[in-house]
Design a binder for this molecule. Sequence first.
Ligand code: ATP
Ligand code: MG
Length: 391
Amino acid sequence: MSDARQPLLPGVTLGVLGGGQLGRMWAHAAQRMGYYTAVLDPDAQSPAGWVSHHHIRTDYLDPQGLAQLSSLCQAVTTEFENVPADALAQLAATLPVSPAASAVAIAQDRAREKAHFVQCGVPVAPHAVIDTSEQLAAVPDSLLPGILKTSRMGYDGKGQLRVRTRDELNAGWATLGSVPCVLEKMLPLAAECSVIVARGRDGACVHLPIQRNLHRGGILAVTEVWAGNVSAELAQQAVAAAQAVAEGLSYVGVLCVEFFVLADGALVVNEIAPRPHNSGHYSQDACDVSQFELQVRCMADLPLTQPRQHSPAIMLNLLGDLWFPHALGSEPIEPPWAQVLALPGTHLHLYGKCEARVGRKMGHLNITAATPEQAHRTALQAAVLLGIAPF
Ligand code: ATP
Ligand code: MG
């Protein structure tokens, strides 16, 4: 594809593989800018399918579904990394696809992802690739205690086991089905953060401010974003590392790079997501350009300008657990939205999922305020109303 491609202007149809909440919020952003949208997702009840002009309900590799998508659309993106990279590669034969199948294929595989980080010169956790029982036996003691992660298809802490001893490691690999895994040394985390970059076909690269993330049970719970949420030096290092990772992939699109901050202040890259990310949702209400608009701009070859955060922000993830304040297994109860929205600076985003389930991402609440202290106070009040533990 030439670097000098003309932008795809509003009025044409843009497509996405995947019908989850990220696709839904992408569709909202694209539609706001005057684009038509098409979603390919086999599920008739998908959050993005509900809101899109077109919903193609076939499997991701269905030749007819892919043909329909490519005849409807002028460009295609993806909203989750486990979409078969092959589907992207097939679409790329007839229309611009971002990110490229090759970049998504790397993000789908922890072992390849780690190798890419090393190649880019960014620090990674000490780790070993375990594809075979010989590699399992050869794991050095120095990686224990560690976290055993399947190389593929993991998300929200799924496909991961904490292992303290060699016996637990051996048993853990069997539990995970003896599939290809990566064992990572358990690191003393002082904090977690992430950076979202958007890179155009011409190599222009912009980023959102660094996000400070709190995970609970392997799932993102809270994101806090304001100047000073981490030290300026750390923020600079993280942005530079994220840009190097994107550059190294010749990446086109929105990319999230997740980091660990260690107890000694060192920064380590954890993983990448080749798409907008849960930790970037605050940008919808706190930045002049959201991560979803960045995704639209990238795929349409529109200019990328450096986003500006205009308000300190906190994002609270709304998991299905909140629908069961009394006892799990009881009838779901709708959380007290009116009381939450009575708090100034609260912005509710729900994904239209029919059924609340424990651990399921149902929506998020963005809180904006004039100061970080005020954002924090309001977020804590909202957390009390919603039954989210304080932070
Ligand atoms: P997602 O894709 O939803 O971000 P995931 O399932 O891919 O999550 P990871 O990001 O690898 O999983 O890990 C989930 C969480 O587990 C991390 O955010 C961190 O809190 C913890 N964790 C992962 N690896 C390590 C490690 N090496 N040392 C300490 N904690 C870790
Ligand atoms: Mg993660």
